[in-house]
Unconditional design. Structure first.
Length: 445
């Protein structure tokens, strides 16, 4: 170990942080998890990433790779292993102005990307939080405010630079190493460390963004009408619904419909959003024309002692009535989880189901249920949470890996349907046969 560590110190130009160092306490944790790694390595270059991979492979230490550190299961840290923190690889550069190709380091945040691209009049379909890292979100999918018009974040990826388990740097695209390119678009960090991502951005305008709220008593009707309307709504419109927010009254909390209309035409925006306003008794409406970067909000950083349990699922058209009925009933009961429902379809559904490792293309909705609180509160609410999911199970297809707080074999099977899983295992055997990159929803070789 000492010889290997000496080699790393000679070859590594970034920071090597160990227990006892002043920076260790902060470096050892992510936004949602506390770890106790033996080493936190912060690469400054791609060569540093190669050196870190070599060090981990030689020592046999468990590897955690961190982009923004927002993984719900805490994949960005570990106990007694190596954390490779990509926060230093965060450049955002427009590399082809004619084709709007943007090269981004995996440690950049989506807020940073939005701020950099705004002067160019460009945007990329991403998530909905400023502080979330580009790498982790993209490799898992990327469902955000432009998803119905421009697809997932990974649908806009045109190439990636990857350090694989052997330490080799590989460029993956539709024309080069295409099977690896297929796998990283939805397969997470299973196949190597992505050190740069190239996206096709699009020309962007200001957008109409805000919330339209309804009384809790109207939840069932609003949910039904909202889902029915989004089925035929213009793809410029992306929308979510939130209910049972414990910080706004729990069962009495307003039903909040958030909307983004991608465009600055007020007439077209009103035509797209007014059918949502007509779903019930509007008690709040703050929709306004804003810069597109304004739609990205700061991610939640829970205070010490607060635990988050979250679970997600996809819903196809036939199951929408049953799922929405269960969610409306659940949200009306004291102790309900927070419920958030996102519209997908549109551009997502026009991509073939086997075109990427993100396979849930025909889902109409993706929803998330979340318990937040101190451990006793979470424990008290867990039986009800599990009972709700027992009711939902017959009507739900799969799971969205970016919104899961666990990583069991059942979770992996939900994220990756059988044929997708089989194909991913073949890619894993080729690029990471020793399963060095196991800190994820793991595809075992």
């Amino acid at each position: 170990m000492s010889t290997t560590l000496d080699t790393l110190r000679r070859e590594f130009s970034g920071d090597i942080i160990e227990p006892g160092d002043a920076a260790y306490e902060l470096a050892s944790r992510t936004v949602l998890a506390q770890g106790t790694p033996a080493y936190v390595l912060r690469p400054a270059t791609v060569a540093d990433v190669q050196a870190a991979v070599s060090f981990a492979g030689t020592t046999g230490l468990t590897v955690a790779v961190r982009s923004g550190g927002h993984s719900f299961p805490g994949f960005g840290t570990n106990a007694d292993g190596v954390v490779i923190d990509l926060g230093g690889l965060a450049d955002v550069e427009v590399v082809d102005k004619e084709r709007h190709v943007v090269r981004i380091g995996p440690g950049a945040t989506w807020g940073q990307v939005a701020d950099t691209l705004a002067p160019h009049g460009l945007s990329i379909s991403s998530g909905d939080s400023r502080s979330v890292g580009v790498g982790g979100l993209t490799l898992g999918g990327g469902i955000g405010w432009k998803v119905r018009k421009y697809g997932l974040a990974l649908d806009n990826l045109v190439a990636a630079e990857v350090v694989i388990a052997s330490g080799e740097v590989v460029r993956a695209s539709a024309d080069q190493v295409d099977e690896l390119f297929w796998a990283i678009r939805g397969g997470g960090g299973n196949f190597g460390i992505v050190t740069a991502l190239e996206f096709a951005a699009h020309e962007s305008t200001d957008v109409f963004f805000g919330r339209v709220a309804f009384p809790a008593a109207e939840a069932a009707a609003v949910l039904r009408g909202w889902a029915a309307y989004l089925r035929t709504a213009p793809e410029n419109l992306t929308s979510t619904v939130e209910l049972a927010n414990p910080f706004a009254g729990g069962p009495e909390a307003p039903v909040v419909v958030r909307v983004v209309f991608d465009g600055d035409d007020p007439v077209a925006a009103a035509a797209a959003i007014d059918p949502i306003r007509a779903l019930g008794t509007v008690i709040e409406d703050d929709v306004a024309l804003v810069p597109v970067g304004t739609t990205l909000e700061e991610g939640m950083v829970p205070p010490p002692g607060i635990r988050i349990v979250t679970r997600s699922g996809f819903v196809d058209e036939a199951s929408v009535p049953e799922v929405l009925g269960i969610l409306a009933e659940t949200g009306a009961v004291e102790g309900s989880p927070v419920i958030a429902i996102r519209s997908v379809g549109g551009a997502v559904a026009r991509v073939a189901g086997d075109a990427t490792a993100y396979a849930h293309r025909q889902a109409e909705l993706m929803f998330v249920t979340t318990i937040v609180g101190p451990e006793p509160v979470v424990a008290a609410r867990r039986p009800g949470f599990d009972a709700t999911w027992e009711r939902l199970a017959p009507h739900v297809s799969g799971a969205y890996g970016n919104f899961l707080s666990s990583a069991s074999d059942a979770d992996v099977d939900a994220v990756y349907p059988e044929e997708t899983h089989r194909r991913l295992r073949a890619v894993k055997r080729e690029y990471d046969p020793g399963n060095l990159f196991a800190g994820n929803h793991n595809i075992r070789p």
